[in-house]
Design a binder for this molecule. Structure first.
Ligand code: PGA
Length: 240
């Protein structure tokens, strides 16, 4: 795993955006995997700036998001569909953008269709990940097994608590989600994991140096051949 420790959130965001830009400039028809949460917001902001400065062209790029709440309407301000529109898709023209349908009547069929769609585009070239304080990647929660494919998942109490900061109250946080599985994430040729802030330091140390266990889903990234972790100084403080 390649570890890059930046001074602060601004330089972390710029560094991540530079890597995405280089990927797209090197392969204009790249398939990108995107993440939500607070961490990648700065990266998306930098990508919008690069796009407006004509430094990068996303018109041939196809995107797939890691996860979406279930059930949630696209129009809900807390949906990841809405997040992606707000931070990126409203500002930047992509060829195609995909995210699991948080309103699908049949979640199992939706997950199968999502996997097929990713496969039909030849898999993901570069996947962006955040990390939860318990080690989740996407919504692959801490548990007894790694789940390979895109699946319907019951969210952990800790995730619901953590994400309640985006909602008016904790009861409004959806209890379920649809998420890429570990094999789906591993289909990416390159993975870029971003982590910011002191509360991520301990889990990052375990991600890089700890046992590979589904109790900490991020630990399995040790087995992927091309992972770069970019942190700010606080999140990376136990890695040095
Ligand atoms: P955060 O979430 O970026 O808001 O910390 C990361 C995650 O839960 O994957």
């Amino acid at each position: 795993m390649k570890i890059v420790i930046e001074n602060d959130y601004a330089s972390l965001s710029l560094r991540a955006a530079e890597i995405i830009k280089a990927q797209v400039n090197g392969k204009p028809e790249s398939v990108l995997g995107f993440a939500t949460g607070s961490t990648p917001i700065g990266t998306y902001c930098e990508l919008v700036k690069m796009y407006n400065a004509n430094d990068v062209d996303f018109s041939k790029v196809v995107t797939f998001n890691l996860d979406e709440y279930y059930k949630i309407k696209k129009t809900d301000k807390q949906s990841y569909y809405h997040y992606m529109q707000t931070h990126l898709y409203r500002h930047v023209k992509f060829k195609e953008t995909h995210i699991q349908d948080g309103e699908a009547a049949d979640h199992a069929a939706e997950c199968i269709a999502y996997e097929e769609e990713i496969a039909s585009h030849g898999g993901i070239d570069l996947q962006i990940l955040g990390i939860g304080v318990e080690g989740h990647i996407g919504f692959n929660e801490s548990g007894d097994e790694f789940i390979a494919a895109t699946h319907h998942v019951k969210l952990d109490e800790s995730t619901i608590k953590e994400n309640s900061r985006f909602f008016e109250n904790e009861n409004d946080v959806p209890k379920y989600a649809l998420t890429m599985g570990i094999k789906t994430i591993f289909s990416a040729k390159k993975i870029l994991l971003l982590a910011n802030g002191a509360n991520k330091a301990e889990i990052l140390q375990k991600t890089v140096h700890g046992a590979i266990t589904p109790k900490n889903p991020s630990s399995i990234l040790q087995l992927h051949p091309d992972v770069t972790i970019i942190t700010d100084r606080e999140a990376g403080k136990l890695l040095v």
